[in-house]
Design a protein around this ligand. Structure first.
Ligand code: UDP
Ligand code: GLC
Length: 385
């Protein structure tokens, strides 16, 4: 490490373990003593950072907590809260060269804290700033603030960068740094453990098993997989994940849909799990089915690292990860018939599916390494003052 390496104060509004948080977990771990993290909500993310030895503290949000992606304008109470939280965050900034926001809410706080502390602010942008993900008002406010105050934007894909620029964001601010994933936990899974896990989950030994991983949200498309399963009568599915940001109504709707479609016994809802590599190895196919453009999609790279063929929805950052028919299969977002056909095609051609999975694995190892991500983030945070 040279003296030019940045010392970063990372800020994230979430306490739960979404993909943005798992990605920051790896970056902050690699930064070691050069990183400190401030969370605006307490939760399992804090514990995960502590377990990795990362310096972390919690500065809880008050009224700003209530501001949603669809909110038209923040209330005066939310603005006052931003200043209160920013003052506390700024106190942590004195030993750091740069503030790096890991979410949109965190960016608003980081801008205010950066002004107080006299430090540059970078936004690690992990969202596609376009409807229907965000309201027009929200996008305009975020992009205007970014153009005025961000020293740099790190985009998690070309698609994320393009949406920022299309919304009026300054192109010169943007660097694309894809997520990188450590292959070691995937390499460590032994096949006997995967077979035993399948049995414990109540999946018949010979059943064809697809698996989907992700927080429960309408745009992640769990409902599309359920519709596809109704069209492939003997296929089983693991649906892994939970509502992380208050989507309990969607959770109930999904379970009702599974009952309505008569999928009982074939769909296994496992909730949020910390053993994703093992679960991926128990499955024959990994499915990604987001119905809006996915900014990146870590689960796709993870499926590849698990050595499983991946079917993914053709939109957003996904097309930067999967070459259709070569390193995976792409289907039209929201098209459950196309998804069912893709599952059937892989089942009908086990040798072809295995060869595709092998190409996917090699592609993921080389194209999406943890080292490249950490280097990309570190470079983007350097030389700003
Ligand atoms: N994940 C997990 N446990 C679960 C479901 C998902 O650890 O039960 C992880 C998954 O392995 C991936 C991340 O959550 O690393 C989801 O990231 P992705 O980029 O796919 O989507 P996001 O939730 O960030 O939109
Ligand atoms: C966000 C995006 C997801 C991406 C992750 C990590 O949560 O929704 O697509 O993979 O960030 O950058």
């Amino acid at each position: 490490m040279t003296v030019a390496e940045p010392r970063a104060l990372f800020i994230d509004h979430a306490g739960v373990l979404g993909g943005a948080e798992l990605s920051l977990l790896d970056v902050a771990t690699a930064f070691g003593a050069r990183a400190e993290v401030v969370l605006l909500t307490d939760g399992p993310f804090r514990m995960a950072l502590e377990a990795r030895g990362v310096a972390v503290s919690v500065v809880p949000l008050g009224a700003l907590q209530q501001v949603k992606k669809s909110t038209r304008l923040p209330s005066p109470a939310a603005l006052a809260d931003t200043v209160r939280v920013a003052r506390r965050v700024a106190k942590h900034a004195s030993t750091h060269t740069v503030l790096c926001a890991n979410s949109q809410k965190a960016f608003v706080v980081a801008v205010a804290a950066g002004l107080i502390a006299g430090r540059p602010v970078v936004w690690h942008l992990r969202d596609i700033l376009a409807p229907p993900h965000f309201s027009r008002t929200n996008i305009t406010a975020a992009v205007t603030l970014a153009n005025l105050r961000a020293a740099r934007i790190i985009a998690n894909s070309r698609a994320t960068a393009d949406a920022f620029i299309a919304a009026g964001g300054r192109e010169s601010l943007v660097r694309v740094v894809h997520n990188g994933i450590d292959p070691a936990p995937f390499d460590a899974i032994d096949d006997l453990a995967a077979v035993a896990t399948r049995r414990q989950l109540g999946v018949p030994p010979r059943a064809y098993l697809v698996a989907m991983f992700g927080r429960f949200h309408e745009w992640k498309g769990q409902q599309v997989l359920l519709d596809a399963l109704a069209k492939v009568p003997d296929v089983h599915a693991l649906i892994v994940g939970a509502p992380l940001f208050g989507e309990e109504a969607f959770d109930s709707a999904l379970k009702a849909q599974a009952t309505r479609l008569g999928l009982h016994g074939r769909v296994h809802f496992l909730g949020f799990r910390a053993d994703v590599p093992l679960l991926m190895r128990t499955a024959d196919v990994i499915v990604h089915a987001s119905v809006y453009p996915e900014p990146f999609g870590r689960v796709i790279v993870e499926g590849m690292l698990a050595g499983r063929p991946v079917i993914a929805a053709r939109a957003g950052g996904v097309i930067e990860i999967v070459i259709d028919g070569d390193t995976g299969v792409l289907v039209t977002p929201g098209d459950s018939s196309a998804l069912a056909q893709a599952i059937e095609a892989l089942r009908a051609d086990p040798a072809g599916a295995a060869a595709m999975a092998e190409r996917g694995r090699a592609h993921a190892r080389h194209g999406f390494s943890l080292q490249a991500m950490v280097r990309g983030v570190s470079d983007a945070l350097a030389g700003l003052d």
